[in-house]
Design a protein around this ligand. Sequence first.
Ligand code: GAP
Length: 457
Amino acid sequence: MTKLTMDKIVAFSKTHGFIYQGSEIYGGLANTWDYGPLGVELKNNIKKIWWKKYIQERMNSYGIDASILMNPNVWVASGHVGGFNDPLMDCKECKTRHRSDSLIENYTNGLVTADGWSKEEMMEYINKNNIVCPNCGAHNYTEIREFNLMFKTHRGVTEDNKNEIYLRPETAQGQFVNFLNVQRSLRAKIPFGIGQVGKAFRNEITPGNFTFRTIEFEQMEYQLFCKPGTDDEFYEFFKNFSKDLFLDLGIRDEHLRYHDHEKLAHYAKAACDIEYLFPLGWGEVNGTHNRTNFDLTQHQDHSKKAMHYLDPETNEKYVPFVIESTIGADRAALMFLCEAYDEETLDNGETREILHLHPALAPYKVSVLPLIKKYHSEKAVELFNLVNKYFSTSYDETGKIGKRYRRQDVIGTPYCITIDDETTNNNTVTLRDRDSMEQITLKVDELIPYLNNKLFY
Ligand code: GAP
């Protein structure tokens, strides 16, 4: 297949109803994107699978849905008000603004990351290597300045500082501030985890690269509260846990890599990203962080509420350590789209555009197709009404059957059910597999158990 480019995946996403430019008819709003009918199904499937794997299938795991707007002191305690900044510099020649760390990463094709570098270290590297402005080619920058990424808004009618609140820049703080609520109300014993899926907002000023970097996005975050001393083991566990999830859902091993952070945030004991080889290069999709007891201690100090856990067996009292496993739902959706997209050359020389999505991710699991609209649509609608009670199902009666198969291949539908004379006479249907294109005949009664078996995840 020809090399997949970002432009191709953007155009594909729009054409087939996955992702559109946000506010497009008004010229868009930079770094915002809207999910169309197929995209919302894909993203919902990712979130459902995450919830099942992290919350439902794990012992001692609890889900929450915390508010996006939180008491502003949360963000003072977490360090976001003081330190959630991007290092920015302007090109004095063409007046474009750049992130200093991105300039370094792009210049070295991702081989050097400026994780945890000081402003001085970045400036020195940029000057020493004569890194030029990607827009005009000049090397004439302003000093690096820190720019806070949090979106502010005002509560109530007066827009003064006292009423200033923030849109959350990460969902994780919802887990920290509810640690004691969950522990007490569920009588949870350490180690236990709290997770949530929700929107986060960051005032990113750098160009987005489609949904890879946006100002509004969804996170799936999980915090495992554990006894200090057991943290290293859980850290390793979650690094593998998230990678296995990606592999299990069809990402090829050679398209994933770990990136251990060399310089760590002040609160972290260890941090590692899982990066995917996007058409634009390697990019982070998941992070595993050993956040020690930093967050709970900070909230304890700022709220004056004790954040201790009392071990019922040993009577030990301690502030738990936290291992965080976080995945961006939008980056995951983009990763699965890029991985699944393919252009196959068939035996007859035709090109088949196809999404090899794992069935659990596919927007539609099944499509019901009457062979000839005039004769078979009544029975097909009957079948559609049966099947869609179990699986997300589409219905298509327009055009030649071959064209209709292709329309489902390109959006990743794993199975097509064709209704023909055999269905009306013998109560059998033809089931076509997306990847192999093989067809089998099944009795209508066998259809749901057969598909259940194939589509269960
Ligand atoms: N609570 C830790 C935290 O927020 P992060 O690495 O800043 O860590 C976690 O974000 C994940 O959220 C990333 O791995 C990425 O998948 C996603 N993410 C972060 N910023 C994003 C953005 N601007 N647009 C889309 N996804 C983003």
